[in-house]
Design a protein around this ligand. Structure first.
Ligand code: DGJ
Length: 539
């Protein structure tokens, strides 16, 4: 591991314990082996999440029929907005009654909550700020585009905007501490939502123009110099192109153009977010993260919500938001693996707070936890109905949670994600190389004739030198000993079963047709199941 990565992990560890200590052991992030994970009620916690639609957490009545749906899919956590306009309808007067009732409902259903602070920004816009802010532009100024038009976006360059948001967020966190630090129903908080500048790459408010002509802050340049070798390559290339300058204004250091406009905005959005987050954590130190809308192909800054915590801006966000624990991608685009690979650089912990609620979510939930050892997954608009894929995946994750908790960070976990465009992959655990294929490749299942293949996915967990759990759907696996290719690897035992309180209960001994007479192990697309597999070798 690179020394800087080690330092990052150690600092996270120290900070996590400091927060846990200072807050009387509220949920916190800890490091085990080479990974960071979430600890809730003293145990590793995998978020089997789902995010509510944007207006769903606004009444107890509306939510009533939905809790049962969430439970049916084996969720353990709901991601739910808290709306600035509803908690501070009049300046300085906070109303938490509705939030309290909703928290109580979550408790009644034995669900944890991750709260999303719809404060200054929600999907770039400032739609959730209270009316008293919307209607007083002279005090609470807005971002201005390059044509001089004000947007429904609070400018991050206003101290008034920042102080107002910070006061409300701190009031929220104080309130959570008061009503929830014992039960710990709320386990994490996301300040703001999908921050991003539109429709120009930068803000042209007078305050913004003044800041743009100032020197690049020393704080940022010091961070960049100290971490020069570990910067994300696309950002490093940009800085290098302009000669790695270490003083001057934004255009002098990074060159003129929309890329620099975006860096400048990223720094100021990050600083605003940092002030809010830091103050919120001082009130109640829950883990906090920020999310980003991913870039649609072919778009340039200003055409997509720019300057949020996107992979190419990660160094700016890291330097600007030391209080943020990790950065998260929201998925409404394809290329799940590509984006997650970018988000897990520099030891960033993966949490997927939003994914379109489609037929791929079961496979992707398992891949997120298995391959990236992520702390959770969460489809968006989760109350819209029951997905059998998600239900299946969350059921196996629920059973495996204690084992996953033990194995995090030990190189004992893996995951695969396969569809029609990626039909096979290999993973290595211990001495064994597993070749996984989408089970449609066998041609035995009716779905194999579909034009677009369903996603198959699995989580693989090593529990002994030759023993593994394989949990998922739509996969078939064969094995090799990568250390000794002269040996042939066979299946000594393949059991299908379930884990009840950590105890393995066998449902079937699989052999014969179910393992193709010992040639492979397989879970078809029509089920989610857990296999316990023991391998052996012969000459
Ligand atoms: C991403 C946002 O973060 C959500 O709040 C919601 O608006 C979805 N997009 C809608 O697709």
């Amino acid at each position: 591991m690179h020394p800087t990565t080690k330092i990052i992990i150690l600092s996270i560890l120290v900070l996590s314990f400091q927060y846990a200590y200072s807050q009387g052991n509220c949920p916190y992030l800890a490091v085990q082996g080479n990974k960071q994970h979430l600890v809730v009620d003293g145990k590793p916690f995998i978020v089997r999440g789902g995010e509510l639609g944007n207006s769903s957490f606004t009444s107890v009545e509306y939510m009533k029929p939905h809790w049962a749906t969430l439970k049916e899919m084996h969720l353990n956590t709901v991601l739910a907005p808290v709306y600035w306009e509803l908690i501070e309808p009049k300046k300085g007067q906070f109303e938490f009654g509705l939030l309290d009732e909703l928290i109580q409902e979550a408790r009644n259903n034995d669900l944890k909550l991750i709260l999303l602070w719809f404060g200054s920004w929600k999907n770039s816009m400032s739609s959730h700020v209270p009316a008293w802010i919307k209607t007083d532009q002279s005090i609470y100024p807005r971002a201005v585009d390059e044509r001089g038009n004000s947007q429904e976006i609070l400018t991050p360059f206003s101290q008034e905007n920042l102080e107002a948001d910070k006061r409300a967020f701190v009031a929220l966190m104080n309130h959570l501490k008061e009503i929830d630090s014992k039960d710990q129903t709320v386990i994490m908080v996301q300040p703001e939502n999908e921050i991003g500048m539109l429709p120009s790459a930068r803000d042209y408010h007078d305050f913004a123009n003044a800041a743009f002509s100032e020197e690049v802050p020393v704080e940022l340049l010091t961070y960049l110099q100290a971490n020069r070798e570990d910067l994300v390559p696309e950002f490093k290339a940009l800085w290098k192109r302009n000669g790695y300058k270490t003083e001057g204004n934004w255009e002098e250091v990074f060159g003129a153009g929309y890329q620099t406009d975006e860096l400048f905005m990223a720094w100021h959005f990050a600083q605003y977010t940092e002030e809010i987050t830091k103050a919120g954590k001082e009130a109640y130190g829950l883990p906090m993260f920020v999310n980003a809308a991913l870039i649609r192909p072919g778009k340039i800054p200003g055409e997509y919500p720019s300057a949020g915590p996107l992979p190419h801006l990660m160094d700016i966000w890291r330097a600007g938001t030391p209080s943020i624990d990790f950065f998260s991608p929201d998925f409404y685009n394809p290329d799940f693996e590509y984006w997650n690979d970018l988000y897990t650089r520099q030891a960033n912990t993966l949490f997927v707070p939003e994914h379109a609620f489609d037929g791929t979510v079961g496979a992707k939930a398992l891949f997120t936890i298995g391959h990236y050892e992520g702390i959770g997954f969460s489809p968006f608009s989760i109350e819209n109905g029951v997905s059998n894929q998600l239900k299946g995946a969350y059921s196996v994750l629920e059973q495996l949670e204690p084992l996953i908790g033990q194995k995090i960070g030990q190189n004992a976990l893996e995951g695969v994600l396969l569809d029609g465009s990626k039909v096979m992959t290999t993973v290595v655990l211990g001495d064994y190389e597993f070749s996984f294929k989408n089970s449609y490749t066998l041609g035995w299942e009716a779905g194999a004739s579909k034009e677009v293949w369903d996603s198959g996915g699995a989580l693989i967990l090593q529990v002994g030198p030759k023993e593994f759990y394989i949990a998922g759907s739509g996969v078939v696996a064969t094995f090799k000993n990568w250390k000794n290719r002269s040996k042939t690897v066979g299946i000594l035992k393949c059991e299908e079963g379930r884990l009840e309180n950590g105890q393995w209960q066998i449902i079937r001994h699989l052999n014969g047709d179910q393992t193709h007479q010992g040639r492979h192990v397989r879970i078809s697309h029509d089920q989610y199941s857990i296999l316990r597999v023991q391998l052996y070798e012969y000459d």
